[in-house]
Design a protein around this ligand. Structure first.
Ligand code: CP3
Length: 361
């Protein structure tokens, strides 16, 4: 199973770029490429709740495939949510219209942390089921990305009970109850490692770890309270034979430390220049990014200018995956998304770094 997926994976430009191999054209996909900016998604969503869509393999597979039918992207990301493991650990999860996710029974003391359940094989198996359907339907067209939250970002939702501006409760636990913080992070590492392994067993060709909110921390706090656990998670999954993308936002001061924690690909957001970010994480890892999602609302010439800046910064160096710095926003015009894909795919690098002979013309 695994060796089978390895053989197939290795000829995908997306996977080749993750491994810093030269590619004929830069691969591109978008975080949140399945979502509300697409009519197909809104139509299905009108009939089902978000959780129902995540937990029903046929629906999750259908939503995963919607952008693949409409857009010439180089990878599919399985439709799921970062918070599903919190639900599997026993927390009550709801998505409230216009408010976002709400986890009741926010973790504020040792009892709450100790009540969290270990997650058995079956609990999140609907995600693996969806991956199996997607893989079958794709029939080798593009690879499938599995994902989870990083321990910090998942912990922050579980402690805050939902979205947060300042992450005060999360930091209070970190600073005031370091032993409890460690206990929680170790539990999350175990659950997330099992979850990610199950996605690879189901056929995921790559894994992305979303540390979306880790940018709220200072480098010193990242090193002390986050790095050991992100590193531990990545070390448990890096032998599975699939590339790992380590992503965060607001991470301009944390890039070297994220790289130290691990990953074959480091995600960059738009607050850093791609060439400078790449130099800092080192050319022995690949990078993914980093257009500002809001640029997609601009006129075509402005979009073109911004895509050009990102592509030029990559210099045709093997190991760049084009993406936004964060997810596509809900009202983004689809035709602008299509235009970006076209711009990336047709971009000509005038640099010796590019292996011209690989171009399929
Ligand atoms: O990228 C994809 O296409 C795969 C699907 C995906 C979803 N959530 C579906 C979703 C992925 C990769 C996620 C990850 C996720 N979920 C993250 C990390 C990525 C990031 O954006 O930083 C986070 C922080 C969450 C938690 C979460 N889920 C929030 C904060 C929200 C509400 C945000 C909002 O815009 O309303 C969700 C809901 C959610 N998850 C939506 C989608 C498509 C919007 C849901 C809807 O249809 O109502």
């Amino acid at each position: 199973m695994l060796s089978d997926s390895l053989n197939v994976s290795s000829s995908f430009p997306f996977i080749q770029a993750c491994r810093r191999q030269p590619v004929a054209r830069t691969p591109v996909w978008f975080m949140r490429q399945a979502g509300r900016y697409m009519k197909e998604y809104r139509d299905l969503r009108a009939r089902h709740s978000l959780l129902e869509m995540c937990r029903t393999p046929e629906l999750a597979a259908e939503v995963t495939l919607q952008p693949i039918r409409r857009l010439d992207v180089d990878a599919a990301i399985i439709f799921a949510d970062l918070l599903l493991p919190a639900q599997a650990m026993g927390m009550d999860l709801q998505f409230v219209e216009r408010e976002g996710p709400v986890l009741s029974g926010a973790l504020r003391d040792a009892d709450a942390v100790r009540r969290l359940k270990d997650v058995g094989d079956g609990e999140l198996s609907y995600v693996g089921e969806a991956i199996r359907i997607v893989r079958r339907e794709l029939a080798g067209k593009v690879p499938v990305i599995g994902f989870s939250g990083a321990p910090f970002t998942l912990a922050s939702y579980m402690i805050e009970g939902g979205a947060s501006r300042d992450f005060a409760q999360t930091k209070i636990m970190m600073y005031s109850a370091p032993e409890l913080w460690r206990e929680l992070m170790e539990k999350l590492v175990a659950v997330l490692a099992g979850f990610l392994k199950s996605q690879v067993a189901a056929g995921a060709d790559a894994l992305q770890i979303f540390d979306s909110w880790v940018g709220c921390l200072s480098p010193g706090d990242f090193r002390q309270y986050v790095l050991p656990y992100s590193r531990s998670l990545i070390s448990k999954i890096c032998g599975l034979g699939v590339p790992i993308i380590h992503f965060g936002t607001g991470t301009a001061t944390l890039l070297e430390l994220m790289r130290e924690a691990g990953g074959d690909v480091i995600g960059l957001d738009w607050r850093v220049e791609l060439d400078k970010g790449w130099e800092r994480v080192g050319y022995d890892v690949a990078v993914q990014g980093n257009l500002d999602p809001v640029v997609l609302f601009g006129p075509r010439h402005l979009i073109e200018q911004h895509v050009d800046v990102v592509m030029r910064a990559a210099q045709g160096r093997p190991g760049h995956i084009f993406n936004l710095g964060h997810g596509i926003l809900p009202t983004t015009p689809v035709e602008n998304v299509q235009a970006v894909i076209q711009m990336v795919h047709s971009f000509e690098h005038h640099t010796p770094n590019r292996v011209a002979s690989l171009r399929e013309r």
